[in-house]
Design a protein. Structure first.
Length: 356
């Protein structure tokens, strides 16, 4: 109220009203938001991008880890001091990479040591504030406890490792079964596996892919268990009926392996290892890119090993003739890059096919 006087008497007055509803609503919303944060497991943070990350703000619910905002800002700070020591250097390097890349938002996972000494995994969803020169001056965002997810991931990883070991053991048993079926080619699959691995390495394939190709090569002839032994060990040339029967081993191998769940297209690789780029292979006459790279690699290794080894119907032809055959078939029948990789480690690196 603003009075107006005439002498000593009040002649009139103006009343001025100020609507506080908006401020009240804003305060109420802020109070509600702070209550939600306080009762939430998600911690809000803001710290300076300086040595140790001095804390400028941290929400009260950091108490779930045994700390108070006051001590985190003071005696227990800076924040980096409660991050597990083994994780600190990695986190600092990651932040530096994000800074150099100009990222405005990123996520970091690391372990925090609680007041009672427990290690918990957290996910820090981080936003950066930069100065005019682009340098990060503040990091802020949310920190969530993801320990349960990490435990689940670890359990899944351990289970997968068990499955992988079982898979490898199964392949080993199958390789032995196939070789016992045809003792005259003892060591063939092992040699093809070593050659296939060498080719895959020369091509620069990922380690996991190299290992899978090697495993497939170890049992690429598993389908021969369906072929009569007298045909496999026949000392002379096969007649047309026998040859057609031998060709069924690729499909037989596929049928056997497709009944087992492998974490990689192993069955299909075995199915295709006699396919050729021009469609002249078997059993489906696949062409070009329809043939898996893994099958193309094993196919080349299979040819080289077979020509370098003794067979019941002929003596070993030798490495020189085998490499000449690869050169003749290169590009039309066999993958040129695979052939080049194979020839490279034999001629330039002195690879030895002999396996005791």
């Amino acid at each position: 109220m603003v009075p107006f006087f005439s002498g000593k008497d009040v002649e009139s007055a103006f009343l001025v009203f100020h609507n506080l509803t908006r401020e009240h609503d804003r305060d109420e919303q802020l109070y509600y938001a702070m209550t939600v944060v306080k009762e939430s497991s998600v911690v809000l943070f803001r710290w300076k991008a300086e040595e140790g990350w001095p804390v400028e703000y941290v929400s009260e619910n950091i108490s779930q880890w045994g700390y108070t905002p006051v001590e985190i800002k003071g005696e227990k700070g800076p924040f980096l001091s409660i991050i597990k020591e083994e994780d600190r250097q990695r986190i600092l390097q990651q932040v530096q990479k994000h800074e150099e890349a100009g990222d405005e938002e990123f996520s970091l996972e690391y372990r925090i040591v609680t007041r009672d000494g427990k290690n918990i995994w957290v996910d820090a969803r981080t936003t950066v504030l930069r100065d005019k020169k682009g340098k990060i001056i503040y990091l802020q965002g949310t920190i969530s406890d993801v320990s349960f997810r990490k435990e689940v991931e670890l359990a899944a990883s351990q289970n997968f490792s068990k499955v992988l070991r079982a898979w490898e053991q199964t392949i080993g048993v199958m390789a032995l079964i196939a070789e016992k079926k045809n003792p005259l080619t003892l060591g063939h699959q092992k040699r093809v596996a070593i050659l296939s691995r060498a080719i895959a390495e020369e091509l620069g394939l990922p380690d996991e892919e190299i290992g899978n190709i090697e495993k497939a090569a170890l049992i690429h002839d598993i389908g021969e268990v369906e072929i009569p032994s007298e045909i496999l060990s026949k000392p002379g040339p096969l007649n047309e009926v026998e040859y057609n029967l031998v060709q069924t081993h690729a499909e037989a191998g596929y049928i056997i392996l497709s009944r087992i769940e492998f974490p990689w297209p192993l069955a299909e690789t075995v199915y295709q290892h006699h396919e050729r780029l021009d469609g002249s292979g078997y059993p489906r006459g696949l062409k070009g890119d329809d043939i898996l790279l893994s099958a193309r690699i094993i196919g080349v290794a299979d040819i080289v090993e077979a020509m370098c080894s003794h067979r019941p119907y002929r003596p070993a032809l030798g490495l020189t003739e085998a490499l000449e055959e690869l050169d003749r078939l290169k590009g039309s029948v066999l993958d040129p890059q695979v052939v080049d990789a194979c020839v490279c480690f034999f001629k330039k690196k002195g690879f030895n096919i002999t396996i005791e």
